[in-house]
Design a protein around this ligand. Structure first.
Ligand SMILES: [Zn+2]
Length: 94
């Protein structure tokens, strides 16, 4: 699914370049931005909260206090989050 989204994003980028000289392309920026929100972004290395549970910041808008237990998407900007790396590292360390 992610590679289809990459292809769609690439298509929109090319479409934007192609149209840019003749018409407004802000709607293509909106479409690209909406697609990017659906493409999982790895969460920064997690901290542990007072209950020893992983907690981190959004990689896009830096909102703090996001958790792999409740936040599949950033509560502030709507970015789809990818927790695996942080979570696996934490589980190996403990
Ligand atoms: Zn965010």
């Amino acid at each position: 699914m992610s590679s289809n989204m990459e292809r769609a994003k690439e298509w929109l980028r090319r479409e934007k370049q192609w149209r840019a000289n003749n018409e407004p392309t802000d709607y293509l920026d909106i479409a690209i931005s909406a697609l990017e929100k659906q493409m999982p972004k790895a969460v920064d290395d997690g901290l542990l909260n007072y209950s020893n549970l992983p907690i981190s910041r959004c990689p896009i808008c830096s909102s703090s206090g996001i958790s792999p237990y409740k936040d599949r998407y950033c509560y502030n900007c709507g970015q789809l989050l990818k927790w695996e790396d942080t979570w696996n590292r934490r589980t190996k360390e403990s």
